[in-house]
Design a protein around this ligand. Structure first.
Ligand SMILES: NC(=O)c1ccc[n+]([C@@H]2O[C@H](COP(=O)([O-])OP(=O)(O)OC[C@H]3O[C@@H](n4cnc5c(N)ncnc54)[C@H](O)[C@@H]3O)[C@@H](O)[C@H]2O)c1
Length: 417
């Protein structure tokens, strides 16, 4: 109580002095008070000015409204290997791009590269989000005006899918459902879906056409097949434009060396053949283990169809351009030519200049001798053919990036030799 009274008295005496019954304000204090008001007003005006100059003030974000002549593409998984290359191509072709990625497998560094290349407002935005979170996904769709979705985001290792199948059904099948529901709810009408030749399983007859029965043999292939089925069922009662692209084995990287493939080191054991070759060339692993040299193929090793990522993203852009409301297109994306593992390893040795040690081991159960595509449908309907079909050249380009990015996107270390 006491201290309260004293404070009030002090406050009053600070404000004015009583002289002969008249209140008399101290002119010095008054000046001080006015000075403070002027300073606060100036600071406030400055803040408003600065905010007004920022691109996000007053004008709604360019990403949140449709603009005539500009196609805004949502690239899910755009921080990953294929998604980042697709985003680069789309940006180069003047599309507006929003990348959504939870960075569980991709690299923020890849997005940084793209942001440095396309810093202009309204070209590229990155949203960190998990497609397994429907609320977050719906919020993204309500705050942005997308014209099309390229849905790359997925976990994508056959071996891992057999060890942790639920992760695959959740991440691939269930998350695709979330994306589809958001597209339907927000009237986004074009979908380009990343599928895989793993949905075909082990067909007897080569080459694989789009009519080859889909009998996947591992959770990865099954989860992708289920996602395809959901999309096709939904499509029956909608006027969505759908393109499903079934990729074969993807290799290579940006010919200008801006992007590359940088999977998490812990996924190395599940990794792909090009990654294993480069790891062997860098001495991270002692050599390559080729499983099976007694298949009924010309040199006894398995045969696969390797598609360069530059060609693959070109197929996406062509698919987007040709997507028609109410129409579904399903296409194999491959070269139509099978290469043996031995051929691949020889090309990798030449590309890296390293005499990679190769151990021939017994067959791995579940591996099939030959897989290659018949790409005539995509050629006839989308006018697309693989152009980068020189294995050694594709690997050379990818190796250049690997050598310059020994820690992936994280550190600018360069290999001496
Ligand atoms: N690489 C190949 O050889 C190949 C072959 C056939 C099909 N595909 C398909 O292509 C697509 C891209 O494959 P990739 O090789 O670029 O893989 P990647 O792992 O390099 O990229 C996948 C991206 O998706 C992101 N992602 C994963 N789950 C997510 C989630 N829940 N929410 C948000 N982001 C998520 C990851 O962080 C990563 O950036 C996948 O759908 C894959 O199944 C790839």
């Amino acid at each position: 109580m006491l201290s309260f009274t004293r404070t009030r008295t002090q406050q009053r005496s600070n404000r004015s002095m009583s002289l002969g019954g008249m209140d008399y304000a101290d002119p010095k204090k008054k000046n001080n008070f006015c000075g403070k008001i002027i300073m606060v007003s100036t600071l406030t005006a400055l803040c408003i000015l600065m905010l007004k100059q920022s691109p996000s003030f007053n004008t709604p974000s360019q990403f949140s409204s449709h603009e005539p002549g500009v196609t805004h593409v949502l690239v899910t998984g755009g921080a990953g290997y294929i998604g980042s290359h697709a985003a680069l191509r789309l940006l180069r072709d003047s599309y507006r791009v929003t990348i959504v990625d939870n960075l569980s497998r991709g690299n923020r560094g890849a997005v940084n590269v793209l942001q440095q290349l396309f810093p202009e407002p309204g070209r590229l935005q990155f949203i960190y989000a998990d497609l397994g979170d429907p609320k977050a996904v719906h919020k993204i769709f309500s705050e942005n005006a997308f014209d099309a979705v390229m849905h790359f985001a997925a976990v994508a290792y056959v071996g891992e899918s057999t060890l942790d199948p639920l992760k695959y059904y959740h991440n691939i099948t269930s998350n695709t459902l979330v994306v589809l529901e958001a597209m339907a709810a927000h009237g986004v009408n074009t979908l380009i879906y990343s599928s895989t030749c793993a949905t075909y399983g082990e067909p007897e007859k080569m080459p694989i056409t789009e009519e080859t029965p889909q009998l996947p043999i591992n959770p990865y292939g099954k989860a992708k097949k289920m996602a395809e089925d959901m999309i096709l069922d939904f499509h029956k009662n909608s006027d969505m434009a759908v393109m499903i692209l079934r990729y074969f084995n993807v290799i290579g990287s940006d010919p200008d060396g801006r992007l590359g493939e940088a999977p998490r080191p812990e996924l190395r054991e599940h990794g792909r053949i090009s990654g294993a070759c480069f790891d062997a060339a860098r001495g991270i692993i002692p050599g390559l283990k080729v499983r099976g040299a007694d298949y009924k193929t010309p040199d006894g090793t398995c045969i696969r169809d390797y598609i360069d990522v530059t060609d693959l993203v070109d197929a996406h852009v062509k698919a987007l351009e040709k997507a028609k409301p109410g129409h579904v297109g399903i296409y194999n994306v491959g070269t139509g030519r099978g290469r043996s593992v031995k051929e691949f390893v020889e090309a990798c040795k030449k590309a890296t200049g390293v005499a990679i040690k190769v151990d021939l081991l017994p067959r791995r159960p579940g591996d099939y001798a030959e897989v290659y595509s018949d790409p005539s449908k995509i050629k006839n309907e989308l006018n697309w053919t693989a152009k980068h079909t020189n294995l050694q050249q594709s690997l050379q380009i990818a190796w250049r990036w690997q050598k310059a990015h020994l820690n992936g996107y994280e550190a600018p270390l360069v290999m001496s030799a």
